[in-house]
Design a binder for this molecule. Sequence first.
Ligand code: BF8
Length: 672
Amino acid sequence: MAQEVEKKRKKGRTPEEQSLDPAAREMLIRAEQLGLTTAFSRADAMAPCPIGSTGSCCHVCFMGPCRLVKDGQTGVCGATIETITARNFARAIAAGASAHSDHGRDLALTLLAVAKGEAQGYKIRDPFKLARLAEELGIATQGRPVEAIALDVGQACLDMFGQQTGEVRMIERAPAKRKELWRKYKMVPRGIDREVVDVLHRTHMGDDQDPEHILSQGMRAALGDGWGGSMVATDLSDILFGTPSPLVSKMNLGVIKKDEVNIIVHGHEPTLSEMILAATSDPELVEYAKQKGAKGINLAGICCTSNETLMRQGVPSAGNFLHQELAIMTGAIEAMVVDVQCIMQALPDLAQNFHTEVITTSPKVKITKAIHIEFDEHHALDIAKEIVRRAIDNYPNRGEFQIPDFTSDVVPGFSHEYINYMLGGSYRSSFRPLNDAIMSGRIRGVVADVGCNNPRTTQDATHDYLVRELLKQDVLLVETGCGAIASGKFGLLLGEAAMEWAGPGLREVCEATGMPPVLHMGSCVDNTRILTVLSQVVAEGGLGDDISDVPAVGIAPEWMSEKAISIATYCAASGAYVIMGVKNPVEGSQEVTELLSTGWEAKVGGKIEFVVEPQEMVRRALEHIDKKRAALGLPAYDPEKFGRSGDWRMQELMALGPAERAEALYGQPAGD
Ligand code: BF8
């Protein structure tokens, strides 16, 4: 069999080259044995378009598309390579910001429906967060029923999308200096939708043709995502489904159960998946599953839907973006229920080889050959039950299956509220201990490892490399999206990772607080939690007076989506240094490449650089962190200075004989 597989593999990579994950490798071998394609094999078979991939193809009008391949060449209208690459990049920001922000809008509509008593099965799980947000938005809370506050908050959030003038309210969370800078450059979003429309307008044929000017509006639209749509999504999800705090769960394809009805929720919005979760524990449906010969109903997630249900309810994660086909490939999935974003069109065709039903649910997303059961929050629980019943009915149709026996324990659930509480305790919750640890050099700096998988790289390999190397350098890691799932699959979202990987100073902090050295902060919309943490760290004092002063870096090493471009842009516009892997989408223009890096750094203090080599990503991240430490007048990072306390120290001491131990502890041998 192995030889046959080898013969079939014409020029593609081996499973070891395609993924770092042993569960994925097992499924990739199965795919070859069954003669099925995956995103991995399709990526191997199809080289990226050499013109489009560098941002050099202009298709904003129908005199073209114009493909610029020679120095000095222009499009039919005279558009230069600089204008074309900048326009393409800005349009990607607009699309990414739209996807994130629409997610936020749907949650505002759900909150309004809940407030009016029209959303079946939902309730407000975090009324305290609702009250805090209400106060922030200038909405009265004293003596008012929760529903009345929710109605006003939902409406205020919804209004931010269609607002035409003024400033999106959430930017008030940013440090004062940052807001001044945004105001100076007219970059404060006036309304979430408005800035996206502005990008689409000005990149239409014959409008804005100055790359710097186009990209400046790109930043404005992205800020409308990060400090607008996505921030609304995070806050309202917490209010409706609970603000995360640490819990224990499992990750990887081994969470699929051989003797239960397996349902995978995949996509992004928690509104549907939370109801499916409720339906899977309905006693009648559990009994129905047993009648069909299953031991129960097992729910697992993929992609950011997984992050949403994992962070709040501990629902196990079957994996990240590139696991969606591999989960179906097990042959043990009765239903894959999807909503929006990051859903491969290949799923329904692949599912035809098994008994799996792919069920689309969003009014915005239909896929040919998938079953469409449209979701509506007014009848959410009934629809969720219908879907679960359908999956149970499908259980007897299951044929031969193969579930990789790989899972890892994980501890996710680090909302910014919990990090605040964890560091300071309930009586003095604050970011002071984190600031102190960074200022003393115990923690060298912070890196956010975020973003997707991309089949053009080895799945998870760069995420994994970065995390381990940066931990060794006493860098605290925060993670979201598919990057967090990559770390989870390799056992890095656990306190034990500090003992194994963290440098001496970081290990001391982890031992003292009990926190893991890699904090899973949620889905991609929850990158806003990172913005909030950075703003609160600045407010706490000692690490400068703007986000751009903090020794912190964002890295999206395996990115692939337009949402990743929007996130990178709002982080840079907020003052962060962002490294993106895989490839440079504006490679066609050196000028625009520099504009995004040195140009933006001079203007807003943050920048985007495209770096393919993982070692170079680490080098640049550390260099930036050390540069920011020096600018703040903090002591230079010195790994020798810390690590002389805590469990690690205890282990060292216990390994010594009694006399040496006494000498190490008290400076003199016992009995002297
Ligand atoms: O929003 S990290 S592959 S799942 S785009 Fe998609 Fe990328 Fe995963 Fe979540 Ni984010």
